[in-house]
Write a protein that binds this ligand. Structure first.
Ligand code: SF4
Length: 257
């Protein structure tokens, strides 16, 4: 059976996208995926997509484009991103490029009443998880999204005193997943716990967060003035230019005075 997906399309601006996100207004929007440098707070990239495109989707392409454009292929040191970018592909992409990455963590809520995944220890040498009762969950298969599955032995679980807290599956089997790029995700988490990682992440509030807030509050970027992606891009670019000119002027003034 072919799967069909319903997409809401605006009758007044079909190029916009219907956005549904926690803590954000719901409706037709565009998104400005901007990049801001940490040293001078200059907007280095502006990219417009419909509001239903996930933040993480254009990220690596836009990063690559900027590295080429500004000649940063071998000199980009670090990036700090919010939790929306914590995907296996982005972690892997940054790890591979040797860019120190700090990404905000998502708070995963374990299923109520069930033992959380962190209580299972991963043994990298044997490529197996070990459950709180000291039994192995060996590797079983990898799904199409790149998640490796580790499964307990239902015969062992059937006799386990923790069965009811461990799984609700009919066949009495606990299944854990681990992405093939999990090592890169762990590396990013580790960076976030380091002193420089914590410092870098805190800086986001003064750089990219501040840049977005100024764009919306001081430069009218909260609302699109015109319809269509191209015109929204023009507005976003003009806004970024104004913000950059102000930043450069401030910087020069400080140098002179
Ligand atoms: S139910 Fe199975 S996987 Fe869960 S703790 Fe018991 S033996 Fe381990």
């Amino acid at each position: 059976m072919t799967e069909t997906k319903e997409t809401k399309v605006s009758t007044t601006d079909p190029e916009s996208g219907y956005m549904v996100r926690d803590g954000k207004p719901e409706g037709f929007f565009y998104l400005d995926h901007r990049t801001v440098d940490h040293k001078f707070n200059i907007v280095t990239d502006v990219h417009i997509t419909p509001g239903n495109v996930h933040d993480s989707t254009p990220y690596l392409d836009r990063l690559e484009l900027q590295m080429k454009k500004f000649g940063f292929e071998n000199s980009l040191e670090a990036v700090a991103l919010d939790a929306g970018y914590f995907t296996a592909a982005i972690c892997k992409g940054l790890h591979k490029r040797n860019i120190f990455a700090v990404i905000g963590g998502r708070s995963f809520t374990p299923t109520k009443g069930l033992i959380a995944k962190w209580r299972f220890k991963y043994d990298a040498q044997r490529d197996t998880y070990i459950c709180p009762q000291n039994h192995d969950l060996p590797y079983s298969t990898t799904d199409r999204e790149g998640y490796r599955q580790y499964k307990s032995n239902p015969k062992v679980c059937a006799a386990c005193p923790m069965l009811n807290e461990c799984t609700r599956s009919k066949n009495k089997q606990r299944v854990l997943t681990r992405h093939v790029w999990q090592d890169s995700k762990e590396w990013v988490k580790q960076n976030g716990r380091s002193r420089s990682g914590k410092y870098l992440y805190r800086l986001r509030y003064q750089t990219v967060e501040r840049s977005f807030a100024d764009a919306k509050e001081l430069h009218g970027l909260r609302y699109c003035r015109l319809r269509g992606k191209k015109k929204v891009l023009e507005q976003a670019l003009m806004t970024a230019i104004c913000q950059n000119v102000k930043k450069i002027a401030n910087h020069l003034e400080r140098q002179v005075g």
